[in-house]
Ligand binder design. Structure first.
Ligand code: ZN
Length: 373
């Protein structure tokens, strides 16, 4: 243990450091009504009464309401944003409850979509916030409808293709957005402010082809990393929405909770911009990399394929990952994967047939989860 004088000094340094950074002096307790729902948040100097007022007028769109999304929706609602639009196409499964904090067993029994189940819970948490659930697939044709008059877009998806779409739509409409991702015990995050700073495409030019990356379904995920990444995203959201722009973290942050590492990578050298943020070419919004789907009538199946020809998928490699999640059989021509009541057949050109559903959104969702898109 540290000697007590050193303990006190360390404690006081942390306290005075954070006070010194506050723009405004802390309001005295009697300046904030003690029973005000936001009293503790308003007592925090950089937010104060003015920041709280700004939050109450703010509109936020959250794309994806799974692990990161439920944490983000919870924190935004408790913080008192004016309006929260939640876009998600999925239903809740038992294996979601380990980390998706807004859902419970009753939601599964009621067979509720995630956006609707989240909205019901959030309205009970804070009835002052207007919650707008949208049960829909966010794709290049639909995403612009969901951002409306958003002041901020939050990334709660588990899908790289959708993140590149969010990047396009946010730049096109000049809206800040906050990227977050996690898998295993690792996670990362980044704030994207349109208007001269690096965007997601400055960092990663394109998402990888389908079938190349691990997904949470094959590599697993532990809940604490979700809390860590979403806490980073929510803190940055509060800074943006309360007008504390000087406090924004412009680095690319990563956490690895099992190997005990965290890192901030400066993006200051990424100057010059990319096709999206410099030239205004919004290729993903125009359909780049999107999935095309057809319901195969009478066969209770949906065919899903990338619109652009992908490089050939390495079926043996994908089979190795999918064995963690379900029954797999594989030869040079196709891979067959069974999970719950569904059977997914994947071909080397990245085309897949999802058997056991006629629902196109469900098929896209399964494709994204297991093949990765
Ligand atoms: Zn860029």
């Amino acid at each position: 243990m540290l000697p007590s004088a050193q303990q006190n000094r360390y404690y006081m340094e942390v306290m005075t450091d954070s006070q010194a950074k506050a723009d405004q002096p802390y309001p005295t307790p009697n300046q904030v009504e003690i029973n005000n729902r936001y009293a503790r948040q308003m007592c925090f100097g950089p937010i104060g009464a003015e920041g709280q007022k700004r939050l109450g007028a703010a509109q936020v769109t959250l794309i994806g309401c799974g692990a990161l999304g439920t944490h983000l929706a919870d924190m935004m609602t408790r913080a008192g944003v004016g309006r929260l639009t939640i876009v998600d196409r999925d239903f809740i499964e038992l294996n979601n409850l380990q980390r998706q904090i807004l859902f419970d067993e009753n939601d599964i029994a009621d067979n509720l979509p995630k956006a609707e189940a989240a909205a019901r819970k959030l309205r009970r948490i804070n009835s002052d916030v207007e919650i707008n659930p949208v049960v829909a697939d966010a794709n290049h044709e639909s995403i612009e409808h969901f951002i409306d008059a958003a002041d901020l877009i939050l990334d709660g998806t588990d899908n790289l293709q959708v993140r590149f779409l969010i990047n396009d739509v946010a730049l096109k409409h000049n809206i800040p957005w906050i990227y977050g991702a996690c898998i295993g015990a690792g996670g990362m995050g980044m704030v994207i402010m349109p208007g001269g700073r690096p965007c997601l495409r400055c960092l990663f030019e394109d998402p990888p082809d389908p079938g190349r990356l691990e997904t949470c379904e094959t590599a697993g995920i532990v809940a604490p990393v979700v809390a860590m990444v979403s806490a980073f995203q929510a803190a940055e959201a509060l800074k943006i929405l309360t007008g504390n722009h000087e406090a924004i973290n412009h680095d690319f942050v990563t956490f690895e909770l099992w190997e005990n590492r965290s890192h901030q990578m400066s993006l200051a050298n990424l100057k010059g911009g990319c096709a999206a943020c410099r030239d205004g070419k919004f290729e993903f919004l125009a359909g780049k990399g999107s999935l095309s789907t057809i319901s195969l009538c009478g066969r209770n199946s949906v065919q899903v394929r990338p619109r652009q020809a992908a490089d050939k998928i390495n079926l043996a490699e994908l089979a190795g990952r999918l064995r963690e999640a379900g029954m797999v059989s594989c030869n040079d021509f196709m891979l067959r994967f069974q999970i719950a009541q569904k059977e997914i057949t994947i071909f080397p050109d990245a085309r897949a047939i999802v058997k056991g559903t006629n629902n196109i959104d469900e098929a896209r969702s399964l494709y994204a989860k297991y093949i990765g898109h």
